[in-house]
Design a protein around this ligand. Structure first.
Ligand SMILES: [Zn+2]
Length: 233
C-alpha cells in the first residue's frame, strides 16, 4: 500500500457503543450564513465516492463556507467537500456502526482549519424512507449520472439542508479520513438523527456509480468516544 497512514492507531470508521460514551458539554455548532444559501457545486466521480466541491474557487468565496464552535478548536473550519458512502444492499453502507446497527448510507462533510490545519468531518447516517430529503434526492440524481471516473456535473444546492438543517445531538472522537491518504487526527462528529432517502434512490447509486463504497470498521484501541446529550439507561 502506498498510504502508510491507513494502518495507523487512530483509524476511522469505528463501532460505537453509546453506553460506553462519555457525556461532554460541547457548545453548539455555528454554521456560516453562506452554508444556508443556494450554492453552485461540482460533483466529481473520483473513483472512491462522488464528492461535491464549491465550483467557484475564488478564495473570498470559499472563505464564506465554514463551521465553528461545536467543541472544535478556535476559529473557522472551511468546507473542503461533501460526499456519501453506501453499500450493495439496504443492510449496509454506513461506515460508522452505532450499537451494532449498520445504516444504509453515511454522508461526510469535510472541513479544514487554516489556523491549525486540522480536519473536522461532520457525519450523517441515513435510513430508508419514502419521506425523502429533497436535497439528497437531487444529489443522487446527478451523482448517478457520473458513471465513469473523472466525470463531473455542476448544479445548485443548499449545503445546510444537506446537513439536515444542522441538528444538535452528536457523538465525537478522534480518527482518520476513511479513504487514502487516511490522514490521522481528524475530529469526527456523528449526528444521531438520521436523514431519509427511498430504497429506489439508493438503488440508482448502486446500479450506476459504484456497487459499494464504504470502509469497514477499524479498531478503537484506547480511544474515548464522547456524546453531547444525556441518555437514560
Ligand atoms: Zn467519507
Amino acid at each position: 500500500m502506498g498510504y502508510p497512514e491507513c494502518d495507523g492507531p487512530q483509524e476511522s470508521p469505528i463501532h460505537i457503543n453509546t453506553a460506553k460514551t462519555v457525556y461532554t458539554d460541547y457548545p453548539p455548532f455555528e454554521f456560516s450564513h453562506a452554508l444556508g444559501k443556494l450554492t453552485t457545486v461540482t460533483l466529481t466521480n473520483n473513483g472512491h465516492s462522488v464528492p461535491g466541491t464549491l465550483t467557484n474557487t475564488n478564495i473570498l468565496h470559499q472563505k464564506q463556507y465554514y463551521i465553528s464552535f461545536g467543541g472544535l478548536h478556535n476559529g473557522e473550519y472551511y468546507l473542503v467537500n461533501f460526499h456519501m458512502h453506501w453499500g450493495s444492499s439496504d443492510d449496509e453502507g454506513s461506515e460508522h456502526e452505532i450499537n451494532g446497527k449498520k445504516h444504509v448510507a453515511e454522508a461526510h462533510f469535510v472541513f479544514r482549519s487554516d489556523q491549525t490545519n486540522e480536519t473536522a468531518v461532520l457525519a450523517y447516517l441515513f435510513d430508508v424512507s419514502d419521506n425523502e430529503n429533497a436535497q439528497w434526492a437531487e444529489y443522487v440524481l446527478y451523482a448517478s449520472a457520473l458513471k465513469k471516473v473523472n466525470q463531473t456535473k455542476i448544479y445548485t444546492t443548499n449545503i445546510k439542508q444537506l446537513m439536515d438543517g444542522g441538528k444538535h445531538e452528536f457523538l465525537r472522537y478522534t480518527g482518520s479520513l476513511t479513504t487514502p491518504p487516511c490522514t490521522q487526527g481528524v475530529i469526527w462528529t456523528i449526528f444521531t438523527h438520521s436523514i431519509h432517502l427511498s430504497a429506489a434512490t439508493f438503488q440508482l447509486l448502486r446500479e450506476n456509480v459504484f456497487k459499494t463504497c464504504f470502509r469497514p470498521a477499524q479498531q478503537l484501541h484506547k480511544r474515548l468516544v464522547h456524546r453531547n446529550y444525556h441518555i437514560n439507561f
